[in-house]
Design a protein around this ligand. Sequence first.
Ligand SMILES: [Zn+2]
Length: 279
Amino acid sequence: MNYFGITTFWRKKNLTADRKRPTGLGKKNLAYLLFLILISLFYALRYGTSVSGEPLLDTKVAMEGYGESLRMNMGSVLPDTIVINKEREQLLTAIEERIVTYLYRIPDYSYINSLKTYLRFRPKLLEQFPSAVPLEKGDYFVSSSYGIRSHPISGKSKKHFGIDMAAPLGKPVYASASGTVLDIVHSKNGYGMHIIIKHRFGFRTLYGHLSKILVSKGQSVEQHELIGTVGSTGSSTGYHLHYEILKNEIQVDPMLSLNLKKTIYTHLIEPKPENDGRK
Ligand SMILES: [Zn+2]
């Protein structure tokens, strides 16, 4: 009797404890989960969300390190240039894949600065994403920049998702990088007659308010290829090209891209000084 009584009591006690346990641990789990979410949020905000696991800013620092190694290699005063060229080529090949992944991940042009030295030796990459001006030099001036502005027609304060390049009617418009024509739109408002081109590394470009479209949907285009002519179709107050760059589906400021190719090419063909001021 007594024996059974104790056992029953012990069982009852255990059952209540068992019933209570999940709620107690649940609260702890919840707190832990919240803690993890907060930590992830902090890192996501600080470094940007990453696909390959490494925080983007860490990759940026690594890229700058590679750039420094390349600059040191270029500045080498050793007479045997074959050895130096071989070393440089080995370094470039070793980081090739990392650069490509980085180009896909970066959110805007500010990150491309860390690749400038590398791009000098891989200029082909500069043809595959927007790095050139879509109009001819002397044909245009930038009449409106990217960002918040008061809309020329409505007068309301609104974000401008591209830049406006004022140019005379009929001036040629070129693709700013190689790619595939993703869409051709004939609209009476908005960007009017416009072209959207898809490039490598998650880039897209949009050319708006055109008077003529000289390419078709699905067509492959080269960088600097003629694609249309300047006009004033859609919501426009004068002849100009509305030029937009999207990186991973989000509009970015195209200004930094305009002279990118030229700047890097100039460095590439610039003769290396004979000595660094030494005699
Ligand atoms: Zn515009």
